[in-house]
Design a protein around this ligand. Structure first.
Ligand code: XIL
Length: 362
């Protein structure tokens, strides 16, 4: 039961000329609650919903990473190991090794698994795309794929992103590079049947539609609302909506709050499914994650979590961060190498962002 203080960025302050000696002469310290067993210090224990993280098998092999994960999170999402192209190697050739390894880790550690993702334009395998199936052949194969995957992890995967990123921000269907759009006259009906195929195999798994920029783009939200209405009218199952939440410290808070409230108007479960908050918003090569930046970051986490807390309790499914520690973030490849978007630093120490997340919880 110990608390300790962490010196944050003292050398950066000195180096940047912002620092002058404090009156007391003591070292500047920021208290970060650090008793993982204490409810008010631990996001997993404090939250009344699941706290998830995107993980990779490579990272799971590090003891420090695995410990951080089981201490602070209750649920995992495979960052890529459960996507179609990683499992479906040929029509009758399924590679389960990586997904099994991850699901086994969760079982051993008493964690839930959110399945990501059954149908995503970006992860159709090349062999499938080059076959140029007509709509009937396309659908019978995807149906079999969904059935086999959901069957294999039945009872172990609590929820699935059945479809991911089918809309543009303005609400039109994504057409570019989208095999579903290119094959079906009525893509929404096809997606509805995909939800039904998953439901038929595992009636207990919660089924989600997942996308990005949902709380920012009213056009996309409108399209999602129409999808839900149509599914409900036509008898296709759907339990929840996910917004990935790859946002920035500068993303307008009112827009986020209003968008989230609007999403919750669907009455479905709401998943913040891939949360990370970029700090190096202008992709500056000389960006420094100064204490002032860390403080802004913590505020952004606090606000987002508190907005989530304000939706009805029975609609809170989970908040999932897209990674655990900054050294594993996809954004260092996809955005900028100097990016620090997560709750733990490169040495798995809690950041002020973690504290912000804690503060946002009810
Ligand atoms: C990303 C992963 O983080 C990368 O490691 C991978 O190479 C590409 O996909 N939206 C999604 C996620 O739904 O699956 C994406 O994950 C990030 C954007």
């Amino acid at each position: 039961m110990k608390k300790y203080s962490v010196m944050i960025g003292l050398f950066l302050l000195i180096g940047s000329g912002m620092w002058s000696c404090s009156d007391s002469g003591e070292e500047p310290v920021v208290e970060i609650p650090d008793d993982p067993d204490k409810e008010e210090d631990n996001i997993r224990l404090k939250a009344k919903f699941d706290i998830g993280a995107a993980v990779t098998n490579r990272e799971l092999s590090s003891a420090q990473y695995a410990n951080t994960l089981r201490t602070h999170y209750s649920q995992i999402t495979a960052e890529f190991e459960m996507k179609m192209a990683h499992i479906w190697k040929g029509e009758n050739n399924y590679d389960w090794a990586a997904a099994d390894e991850m699901v086994n880790f969760a079982q051993t550690n008493n964690m839930k698994v959110h399945g990501h993702t059954l149908v995503w334009y970006s992860s159709f395998p090349n062999w499938f795309k080059s076959a140029n199936y007509d709509s009937a052949a396309f659908e019978s194969r995807v149906k079999t794929y969904i059935e086999r995957v959901v069957q294999r992890y039945k009872g172990k995967v609590v929820s699935w992103d059945v479809a991911n990123e089918i809309f543009n921000d303005n609400g039109t269907l994504r057409s570019e590079n989208c095999p579903v759009y290119q094959t079906f006259r009525d893509p929404i009906a096809f997606y509805g049947r995909c939800f039904a195929y998953a439901r038929a195999i595992d009636p207990d798994a919660k089924l989600f539609y997942n996308d990005y920029n949902v709380v920012l783009a009213s056009g996309k939200r409108g399209a999602m609302r129409q999808l839900v209405n149509r599914f409900q009218a036509d008898g296709y199952p759907i339990d929840g909506l996910g917004d990935q939440f790859h946002y920035m410290v500068s993303t307008n808070r009112n827009t986020i709050r209003n968008g989230l409230t609007d999403m919750a108007g669907s009455g479905l479960l709401i998943h913040i499914s891939e949360l990370d908050i970029r700090v190096n918003v202008n992709r500056e090569d000389d960006y420094v994650y100064l204490p002032s930046e860390q403080a802004k970051h913590a505020e952004a986490y606090r606000d987002i979590v508190s907005f989530y807390e304000s939706i009805p309790q029975n609609q809170k499914f989970a908040i999932t961060t897209w990674g655990v520690a900054d050294n594993g973030t996809w954004l260092r490849d996809w955005w900028h190498p100097k990016e620090y978007p997560l709750l733990f630093d490169d040495s798995f120490q809690k950041k002020r962002a973690y504290n912000g997340f804690l503060e946002g919880l009810n």
